[in-house]
Design a protein around this ligand. Structure first.
Ligand SMILES: *Cc1c(COP(=O)(O)O)cnc(C)c1O
Length: 366
């Protein structure tokens, strides 16, 4: 995608002049470990039912605007009311709508290096970020500074586990943040299901959700793009106070979630426990891959509670290019980002994906 030409920029408001079309830097490869997708995909039996459900969709009708059945199923799973849930066109839509509803002119407490989408979407609707950078060594949030800055900000976002650093946040810290920030706090839990085994059955994957009853400014974000292997269906959801849900529903495009995706997601969420065996394998693979990489010269790793991890290695950008060009393996390069010099983000895949990665890195670094 080419950049926006100056003659078109002059039609755009000045605060949007710095934007560029999103480039996922995707190259078709045999082994894709760059986007934190679930390479196991949807279990075959669940997928069969999903395809049958798609055949029953009445595509000539507008979708159910609030994804009623899916909303009820998600609410039952998490032990909340349907009024606490809003289904969105991916977590991305939820993040955008969060800023649209609450962000105009506001100051956002942000904790980079983190998901860049927050600052990007915020900037589009006049949000300015107050960045409290993570500790440069551990890459964990500096809680004293975050909490000290919180009262002078209007809203906050914290990511647990964080992308791209992989660390989860303690619930007690989230609670302090909810008490210190005067406005809504988005807790992005896109990777919550990877924080430990058994999360799908338990209903409350390593989450801040239990804080909702006491803290109506808590806005929890989940997605089916990661653990559920449905990145292509674009389904995310917010769990929050019904008043917050109303505000998010008021700014959204009413039909943003299409009927096919609603039907597929409903099957996946109903049969969520069938995703558990692959999740357990993935967690074991995360340890196996990290142990093996720790043996390679020059490699630094950060512990991860997600389905990916960050590694630092000299010449990271060149290494990433060689993985892609010589071994057809795609990982994500963060080495040019502030605070992440020489860092690559690696998604944990199926055992065969991970074997390919370990073999290639053994050759390139060994
Ligand atoms: C992947 C991701 C999301 C949501 O992705 P969607 O595909 O839009 O649901 C949200 N937050 C973080 C931190 C992510 O990595």
């Amino acid at each position: 995608m080419s950049q926006i030409p100056e003659r078109v920029k002059q039609w755009m408001p000045a605060h949007l002049h710095g934007l560029e079309p999103y480039d996922p830097a995707f190259t078709p490869c045999d082994t894709i470990l760059s986007a934190n997708e679930n390479n196991f995909g949807v279990p075959a039996a669940v997928r069969d039912e999903m395809l049958a459900a798609l055949a029953g969709v009445e595509e000539m009708r507008y979708p159910d605007a609030l994804s009623g059945e899916l909303r009820a199923e998600l609410a039952a799973w998490h032990g909340v009311e349907p009024a606490n849930v809003l289904v969105c066109n991916g977590g991305d839509e939820a993040i955008f709508n969060f800023f649209l509803a609450f962000g105009g002119g506001a100051k956002l407490l942000n904790c980079p290096p983190t998901f860049e989408v927050y600052e990007l979407y915020g900037s589009m609707v006049g949000v300015s970020a107050h960045n409290v950078w993570r500790d440069p060594e551990t890459l964990r949030p500096r809680w004293d500074e975050l909490l000290a800055a919180a009262p002078s900000c209007d809203l906050a976002v914290i990511t647990s586990p964080n992308n791209p650093t992989g660390d989860a946040v303690e619930r007690a810290q989230v609670e302090r943040l909810l008490e210190a920030v005067p406005g809504p706090v988005l807790v992005d839990e896109a990777y919550a299901e990877f924080t430990g085994a058994g999360q799908l059955a338990a209903g409350q994957p390593g989450t801040a959700l239990p804080l909702l009853a006491e803290h109506p400014n808590l806005v929890v974000l989940h997605t089916l793009s990661k653990a559920f292997g449905l990145a292509g269906a674009r389904i995310g959801y917010v769990i929050a106070d019904p008043g917050v849900i109303s505000a998010l529903a008021a700014v959204r495009q009413p039909y943003s979630v299409n009927s096919f995706s609603q039907a597929a997601a409903l099957v996946a969420v109903r049969r969520r426990e069938e995703f558990e065996p692959n999740l357990r394998t993935l967690l074991a693979e995360r340890s196996r891959v990290q142990r093996a990489l720790a043996e390679l010269p020059g490699v630094t790793l950060w512990p991860s509670d997600a389905n990916f991890f960050l590694m630092r290695v000299p010449g990271a950008a060149q290494l990433r290019a060689r993985l892609r060009d010589e071994h057809s393996i795609l990982v994500r390069d963060f080495s040019a980002k502030p605070g992440l010099q020489d860092c690559l983000r690696v998604t944990v895949g199926r055992p065969e994906d991970n074997d390919a990665l370990l073999g290639a890195l053994g050759t390139l670094l060994g």
